[in-house]
Write a protein that binds this ligand. Structure first.
Ligand code: NI
Ligand code: MN
Length: 228
């Protein structure tokens, strides 16, 4: 499986069964390595409803006529916007032609902001995403605090590649992210959700030092890929 970092929390995972796009925040993302008009995939997987994760999901889903997979409440809200959304929920897995998707708990928010009416649109619980294709498993944590639940994910799954936020302020910082790696014990880990904005500036090499030899840390610049 080839996994390409497109900036912030957006990754493309490609294998013989298809290509899935995680959290496609591309328009308005200063670090985006591909445009929403040009990216290609067979499905979009969303961790939660915040703008820097849903991003261009509706536009890409419409252009390519592909499904979006999200937890039930977010899938419902996106369905109102005219796209095909497959609803799952925490703890449930489903097999698609493009691979297996399972949502696991994350500790964060998940809503959309209706500026015009100064209202918050509830979109259910945030999630982390286990994606398996061709016997390779990627664990995309989305936005989350450190949870003891990650220990369980690591015990029950052989994670080949963990995609972990390290930006601090809204999510785990480097120390907590390194502890999450010690719980999940993936073969390889790529840090994300940092440096997009000054508020989440981090040195990923410091994260790599904190992880030590527990897992192989691969620091990707937007546009770069890793094979698992
Ligand atoms: Ni968020
Ligand atoms: Mn975020």
């Amino acid at each position: 499986m080839k996994v390409t970092f497109y900036g912030h929390s957006c990754f493309l995972a490609e294998s013989g069964t298809g290509a899935v796009l995680f959290d496609p925040f591309l328009s308005g993302n200063p670090s985006a390595a591909v445009s929403a008009d040009q990216v290609r995939c067979d499905a979009i997987l969303l961790s939660h409803a915040h703008g820097d994760h849903v991003g261009d999901a509706v536009g890409i889903a419409n252009r390519l006529n592909i499904p979006v997979v999200a937890v039930y409440e977010l899938a419902t809200v996106l369905g109102w916007q005219g796209i095909t959304a497959h609803a799952q929920h925490l703890g449930g897995a489903h097999d698609y032609p493009f691979g297996r998707v399972k949502f696991t708990p994350a500790a964060h928010g998940s809503c959309m902001i209706d500026e015009a009416h100064q209202q918050i649109v509830y979109c259910g619980t945030p999630a982390s995403i286990l994606y398996t294709a061709e016997r390779r498993t990627v664990f995309h944590l989305g936005d989350t605090a450190l949870l003891s639940d990650f220990e369980l994910v690591g015990r029950l799954n052989q994670v080949d590649l963990m995609l972990v936020p390290i930006g601090d302020n809204y999510t785990m910082g480097p120390e907590d992210a390194a502890e999450a790696v010690r719980m999940v014990r993936p073969k390889r880990v790529v840090p994300c959700h940092y440096d997009t904005f000054p508020l989440i500036a981090q040195d990923p090499r410091r994260f790599a030092r904190l992880v030590g030899d527990v897992a192989e840390v691969v620091i990707l610049k937007p546009g770069e890929s890793t094979e698992v």
